[in-house]
Design a protein around this ligand. Structure first.
Ligand code: BT5
Length: 266
């Protein structure tokens, strides 16, 4: 880790959520690129009200504190979400030869199964954006995959896997952590460059496929899904889809979920 340009590092054997800790630490003045990492999370969070399963000894759970120069919330969250998903999928592809893909906006899949999730959140002091917290959870050993009857599943679970199950061999968590961090730090200064979007686009799952687009109501309930074909990733990180009606729509990171339309995952 010594050769990585990180701020401070705080490690916990057990914590509620690394993202919650990082948000508080960011408000208390954590240096740029400080890292919170935990072996176990007892209140790991996904998007909205969802939970993230992080039992001890088997996963990576981390939050990186970033201080973007442009204090514009939505575009930053979108790009930083992409940064997290790209960092994990590139690490898995290049160092482990695994066919990792990004399910826009925030999941990393191997063989159609979720191996990692990203949660980028803004941390505010009053109306000033103080930091963006990039939270990443990676299932490393099979024990980190939530059982189907896990109480934390918010809805019908998307199929999941772990790096070790996909690889068929043990994986050193510290080595994987260093590779992912090196990827994140190498892309961080290039988030506004077209080749960042291009590299992200190349790893997108379901490009050209029909998907269900599930959005949330203001009260947290789900609207009936729309069906759309994924056309492209726009330059700002939003997703271009064509609806059944022919209407083109750009989806922004928010409360949006995609599910493939015609596959066993349905
Ligand atoms: C995510 O949310 O995929 C974002 C997960 C981010 C987790 C990291 S860990 C470090 C940091 N600290 C935190 O508290 N969070 C971040 P979403 O797309 O909303 O997916 C959540 C759904 O994934 C849940 O409803 C579950 O069904 C499922 N799930 C939960 N744990 C899982 C796991 N370990 N592997 C695969 N799927 C899981």
């Amino acid at each position: 880790m010594a050769d990585l340009a990180l701020g401070e590092i705080r490690y916990f054997e057990s914590i509620g959520s690394t993202n919650d800790y990082a948000a508080t630490w960011a408000r208390d003045g954590a240096p740029e690129c400080s890292l919170v990492i935990a072996d176990e999370q007892t209140a790991g969070r996904g998007r909205g009200a969802r939970h993230w399963f992080t039992p001890p000894g088997s996963a990576l759970a981390m939050s990186l504190i970033l201080r973007p120069e442009v204090p514009e919330e939505s575009g930053q969250i979108m790009r930083i979400t992409g940064l997290g998903a790209m960092g994990v999928s590139r690490a898995l592809r290049q160092s482990y030869r695994l066919p990792a893909e990004i399910k826009w906006p925030n999941d990393v899949l191997i063989g159609g199964r979720k191996v990692a999730g990203v949660l980028a959140e803004a941390s505010w002091i009053g109306d000033q954006l103080s930091a963006v917290i990039l939270g990443i959870g990676i299932n490393v050993a099979p024990g980190s995959v939530p059982p189907d009857d896990w109480a934390g599943h918010h809805e019908r679970p998307f199929p999941a896997t772990s790096v070790e199950s996909a690889l068929g061999a043990p994986v050193d968590r510290l080595v994987l952590l260093q590779i992912v961090l090196a990827e994140l730090l190498s892309w961080l200064p290039r988030l506004s460059e077209p080749n960042f979007i291009q590299a992200w686009r190349e790893k997108l799952a379901f490009l050209g496929d029909w998907v269900q687009v599930i959005t949330s109501e203001a009260d947290g309930g789900e609207k009936p899904p729309l069906e759309g074909q994924i056309i492209n990733l726009n330059g700002d990180g939003s997703l271009r889809v064509r609806l059944r009606t022919g209407e083109l729509k750009s989806l922004r990171v928010g409360e949006i979920h995609l599910r493939p339309v015609d596959s066993s995952l349905k």
